[in-house]
Ligand binder design. Structure first.
Ligand SMILES: Nc1nc2c(ncn2[C@@H]2O[C@H](COP(=O)(O)OP(=O)(O)OP(=O)(O)O)[C@@H](O)[C@H]2O)c(=O)[nH]1
Ligand SMILES: [Mg+2]
Length: 254
């Protein structure tokens, strides 16, 4: 087992991922220590199974939330606990096996060498990725780059990232958004606004067939409405911050 990091934590929010979560979490523990899973009111029996894994693996800790609060809410819970334990950075990873556990050490090293920056994963899709989702991301990325005045967000939706803990927790506590699927894009944009440097690193993504344990909770209509509302409020935030963003751009043209 890896010696435990005291600064960098691997945080996995999890909502009804099905049995795929076990191999995901086992792979995570092979590449990092410590690993925390926040079970976000799951009803698929994985809370029990994950607790059993945690009995056997001291690198793993499992938190159970009794009610489903959404991805962002589960991450915020993890941030609060992590702060109490003295961690300074978290790598967020999905529980459904889509993110590459083997890339965790590279992402953590990038963060250890650049602690003031956030490390954003840029997805490398293979042929398993649905075309509609790949196109949808381009729209979200276009908006995110407008909202940050070309701030350099490589991908706005990909949740495989290392965040400096304190600024992320502060900005989440200041407002009540970012609790569901709006977490990933809004976190990237708001962190860029407060001047957190961005480092983009490639990471492979896999989409699994349902027969192979693939699970998605992305509801096309519901979540596109959520994301449209999110970009609307970020656009207002952008307009208010435009003078600041322009001044910053003039000081540091890239
Ligand atoms: N959808 C959803 N995910 C949650 C929630 N709470 C925690 N999560 C976790 O957030 C991560 C992302 O959820 P997914 O449903 O896979 O979303 P996604 O990967 O953006 O969408 P796909 O590309 O369709 O898989 C997973 O690890 C979930 O288990 C929640 O309330 N809803
Ligand atoms: Mg997924």
């Amino acid at each position: 087992m890896e010696p435990a990091s005291r600064t960098h934590l691997l945080l996995i929010p999890s909502y009804n991922p099905g049995p795929k979560v076990y191999e995901t979490v086992i792979a995570a523990c092979q590449h990092w220590n410590p690993v925390w899973v926040v079970v976000d009111g799951s009803t698929d029996g994985t809370a029990m199974g994950l607790q059993e894994l945690a009995y056997r693996d001291r690198a793993l800790r499992v938190f159970l939330l009794s009610r489903n609060g959404g991805k962002g809410e589960a991450i915020l819970f993890g941030l609060e606990q992590a702060k109490l334990q003295g961690y300074t950075h978290v790598l967020t990873m999905d529980s459904d096996g889509q993110h590459p556990a083997e890339a965790v050490p590279t992402f953590m090293q990038a963060s250890i060498q650049n602690p003031e920056a956030m490390i954003l994963g840029v997805p490398i899709f293979d042929t398993s990725a649905p075309a509609l989702r790949v196109k949808g991301r381009k729209i979200s990325n276009w908006w995110a780059n407008l909202e940050t005045l070309g701030g350099g967000i490589g991908d706005s939706l990909f949740g495989f990232r290392v965040y400096p803990l304190a600024p992320l927790q502060r900005l989440m506590n200041k407002q009540r958004w970012m609790r569901r699927f709006d977490f990933d894009p809004e976190a990237a944009v708001r962190m860029a606004w407060i001047g957190i440097r961005i480092i983009n690193l490639p990471a492979s993504v896999r989409y699994f067939e349902i027969s192979d344990g693939g699970v998605s909770h992305f509801h096309y209509l519901r979540d596109n409405i959520l994301l449209t509302w999110m970009h609307t409020r970020l656009l207002f935030g952008f307009i208010i911050r435009l003078p600041m963003l322009l001044a910053r751009r003039l000081r540091h043209p890239h």
